[in-house]
Design a protein around this ligand. Structure first.
Ligand code: NAP
Length: 323
């Protein structure tokens, strides 16, 4: 999906029926340095194109705001970079409002829309398959960074379901309280407190068996230093490096000395198993074993600011733009 309110599969010819309707799009004008600056993404309004046979018109209701968007804006990685002048790419939730395609029927969604962006969307799926890689065993200690975010908060709850001691790392006391009081984490450490490293060591008296890594940099190095021999490191994301020219590397020496097993993954590799994971996540959500929270920003024009919130810690749980 692209960051626009109409479908990208449509061509650019305006028609009688759609002539008065506008398609609002965010166009990538320049590659950001650090956080997004005003003008890196520019709002453009174009006439809505004519619907052709085999096409459907979708109205985007919500955009999923994900750290990987900053990667897509910078350079080719696991997907090609968004080209300069192209509509910005994002996941999202859209409603089919007109269709000339037999597989896309206009209908009103019947369940809460935004759940498809968080628990049943990219973040829930990422947490699910990342925890499969982690192979958690009852009684083991799991540490997850960016713990109060969309992915980390679900990772920790899956850790509890699997019988682990779960310790989260997050950037405010409010986030840490939410993790312990509402989500059932055993401990949560605010990495902005000066003595957070000591607190993390105290919260993991039996060492760390699993590092679910969302942040990288100093946080990852500190966690690796506390890991038990033969621990597992699931490299899900390295957000502390996404806005930097030189993202820095985790200590390979620690990985060697502690004989750690390190595995990175990209959720798109698991596409053929999404339904299986969503069924399990849906059950956990239905039975209250997974709780979620959303930070909703209103308006497509606010999407660039919303992307920056991910890097300043402005969100709790899933960050969404309501278009
Ligand atoms: N491998 C995959 O396929 C895949 C899929 C989805 C997501 N991911 C990765 O998972 C991670 C979390 O993504 P998400 O979508 O769930 O976002 P999120 O956790 O909801 O939001 C990002 C959070 O990261 C924290 N953060 C940002 N910069 C930081 C820094 N320099 N040091 C420490 N914490 C920092 C902030 O919270 P604080 O207040 O705690 O700082 C922020 O709220 C990202 O690294 C993302 O790239 C990977």
């Amino acid at each position: 999906m692209r960051m626009s309110e109409g479908s990208q599969r449509l061509d650019l010819r305006a028609t009688k029926s759609n002539m008065n309707k506008l398609n609002r799009q965010l166009i990538l004008q320049s590659r950001p340095k650090g956080l997004l600056a005003p003008g890196d993404l520019q709002l453009l309004e174009t006439p809505l194109p004519e619907l052709q046979d085999g096409q459907a018109l979708a109205r985007v209701k919500y955009l999923s705001i994900d750290p990987t968007m900053r990667i897509w804006m910078a350079a080719d990685s696991y997907l090609p970079a968004v080209a300069i002048g192209e509509v910005m790419r994002s996941f999202g939730f859209a409603e089919i409002i007109e269709s000339c395609h037999p597989d896309y029927v206009p209908k009103i969604p019947f369940v809460s829309d935004t759940v498809f962006l968080g628990v049943l969307g990219i973040n829930g799926l990422t947490a699910f398959f990342g925890m499969e890689i982690a192979q958690p065993k009852k009684g083991e200690t799991l540490v997850v960074s960016a713990a109060a975010g969309a992915t980390g908060s679900i990772v920790g709850q899956i850790g509890k379901i699997r019988g682990c001691r779960v310790v989260g790392i997050a950037g405010t006391d409010e986030k840490c309280n939410w993790l312990i009081q509402d989500l059932g984490f055993d401990a949560a450490i605010n990495y902005k407190h000066p003595d957070w490293k000591k607190k993390l060591a105290a919260a993991t008296p039996n060492g760390i068996d699993i590092d679910f890594e969302n942040v990288g940099g100093e946080i990852m190095n500190t966690v690796l230093g506390l890991m038990n021999l033969h621990g597992r490191v699931v490299v899900c994301g390295l957000i502390s490096g996404y806005t930097k020219e030189d993202p820095g590397m985790a200590s390979l020496g620690t990985i060697l000395v502690k004989r750690l097993r390190v595995e990175g993954f990209i959720i798109l590799d698991y596409a053929s198993r999404f339904m299986e994971a969503a069924t399990q996540l849906g059950q956990w959500k239905m039975f209250g074993k997974i709780k979620d929270r959303e930070t909703i920003v209103e308006g497509l024009e606010k999407a660039p600011d919303a992307i920056n919130m991910l890097f300043t810690g402005g969100n709790i749980g899933k960050l969404i733009v309501k278009v």
